[in-house]
Design a protein around this ligand. Structure first.
Ligand SMILES: C[S@@+](CC[C@H](N)C(=O)[O-])C[C@H]1O[C@@H](n2cnc3c(N)ncnc32)[C@H](O)[C@@H]1O
Length: 240
């Protein structure tokens, strides 16, 4: 009697990059998987805001099972138990043979919440990651600025870094993108002033979304900066 190979009956885990906000920036592959899997999981903020789902809301069918994954969007709060719970919810569906697509805003492997699910489940279940257009790169397109030329080095850094580290990293960057701005905006602004980067820095929030905002750094109210905002400092090189 042949033994049943249990892995054959397990579902497949997908990490789906769904782009920065404009649904038309979804890849054909992400669209195909999104519309064919029986289960979709996505992060939700503690405030109840759900960005990833909103991006692809028009493509989700009523018969698809949805798993909201509540996550704390704050470095002060340990997110480990939240990911443990989300991963186990997802694992249950996979173990029962249902494919699960985890939606991830931008690209899943660049500061994506999917990475924490990947680290917990990829060794247990067949897993495929579908790259997405990152907000960092989409922002350069929306701002209409070339980001890096030739030997330029691009640094992507979170505004959540402490002041000294942020200053040191920015001081040596040819081009930089500072993400996770939110309430760290004032700190970032004063470092940019100190380093003489103020005039080169460009601010964008909700890039590619209908409510996208591009503002001069001087006009940004630090109290109003959302989580979905970044500062981009393009290369100074300007070859013809
Ligand atoms: C946890 S990171 C996720 C990055 C994502 N995986 C990507 O590839 O774009 C979240 C940060 O990305 C930036 N971000 C994401 N989407 C954005 C958008 N549409 N416009 C501007 N910034 C965005 C914000 O700085 C936000 O705090």
């Amino acid at each position: 009697m042949t033994e049943l190979n249990v892995t054959e009956n397990k579902g497949k885990l997908y990490g789906l990059g769904i782009g920065p906000g404009d649904p038309e920036l979804l890849t054909l592959k992400a669209h195909r998987i999104l519309t064919s899997v029986p289960v979709i999981a996505y992060p939700t903020m503690e405030s109840g805001k759900v960005l990833a789902r909103a991006i692809v809301a028009d493509f989700i069918r009523p018969e698809q099972i949805e798993i909201p994954m509540p996550l704390p969007f704050s470095v002060e709060r340990s997110s480990q138990p939240y990911y443990d719970i989300a991963a186990e919810n997802i694992a249950q569906h996979l173990a029962d043979g249902r494919d699960v697509a985890v939606l991830c805003e931008g690209d899943p492997m660049l500061y994506g919440s999917f990475m924490y699910i990947f680290n917990r489940l990829a060794h247990r279940f067949d897993t495929e990651v579908v790259p997405g257009i990152s907000s960092t790169l989409a922002s350069a397109a929306m701002l209409g600025v070339p980001l890096t030329y030739r030997n330029d080095v691009l640094s992507i850094m979170p505004a959540t870094l402490d002041e000294n580290t942020l200053r040191d990293r920015l001081a040596v960057a040819d081009a930089a993108i500072i993400i996770k701005l939110g309430r760290h905006y004032a700190k970032v602004r004063s470092i940019l002033e100190e380093l003489g980067l103020y005039s080169r820095a460009l601010y964008i929030e909700r890039a590619t979304m209908p409510n996208q905002v591009i503002r001069s750094i001087t006009e940004v109210d630090p109290a109003e900066v959302p989580y979905w905002a970044l500062i981009l400092i393009p290369s100074q090189t300007n070859p013809q």
